[in-house]
Ligand binder design. Structure first.
Ligand code: DAT
Ligand code: MG
Length: 150
């Protein structure tokens, strides 16, 4: 659906390394519509909810500490097949396995410092959007739409 939404987040290392604009630019240029965005220094409790599925993994404590170490930029992007396409634009979880041309494949080397997050399914996107944007997303018309979709 062209109304599919995904939660994309620049992690603390991406913010520190000045990659916020670069990551936004890729989603903008691809034709996705920005429907929510905020800079937030998340608490460990909030991040534990975001990563609830990974609780119990050996890297979980380190992941939460890293994610809470500085502000992140959370965004909701909308467009055709946004979840799957967003994941493809991010690249593989381990940047060493990410193709050049992907965000992780161009800017990261370590799995624990992979600079960005993207929802892995429509259902998890819905949960993540509700967690990070309880106030809701922004409804507006993008007048470019007729040039992006048939
Ligand atoms: P993704 O972020 O690609 O959805 P995930 O949901 O499996 O991957 O894991 C969430 C984050 O946890 C991932 O971006 C980086 C970290 N992580 C995953 N596997 C890891 C590992 N084996 N060692 C260290 N960090 C890991
Ligand atoms: Mg994941």
């Amino acid at each position: 659906s062209i109304k599919e939404q995904t939660y994309i987040m620049v992690k603390p290392d991406g913010v520190q390394r000045g990659l916020v604009g670069e990551i936004i630019a890729r989603f903008e240029k691809r034709g996705f519509k920005l429907v929510a965005m905020k800079l937030v220094h998340a608490t460990p409790e909030h991040l534990e909810k975001h990563y609830a599925d990974l609780k119990g993994k050996p890297f979980f404590p380190g992941l939460i500490k890293y994610m809470a170490s500085g502000p992140v930029v959370g965004m909701v992007w909308e467009g055709l097949d946004a979840v799957k396409t967003g994941r493809a634009m991010l690249g593989a979880t381990n940047p060493l396995a990410s193709s050049p041309g992907t965000i992780r494949g161009d800017y990261a080397l370590a799995v624990g410092r992979n600079i960005c997050h993207g929802s892995d399914a429509v259902e998890s996107a819905k949960k993540e959007i509700a967690l990070w944007f309880p106030e809701g997303i922004i409804q507006y018309t993008n007048t470019n739409e007729g040039w992006i979709f048939e």
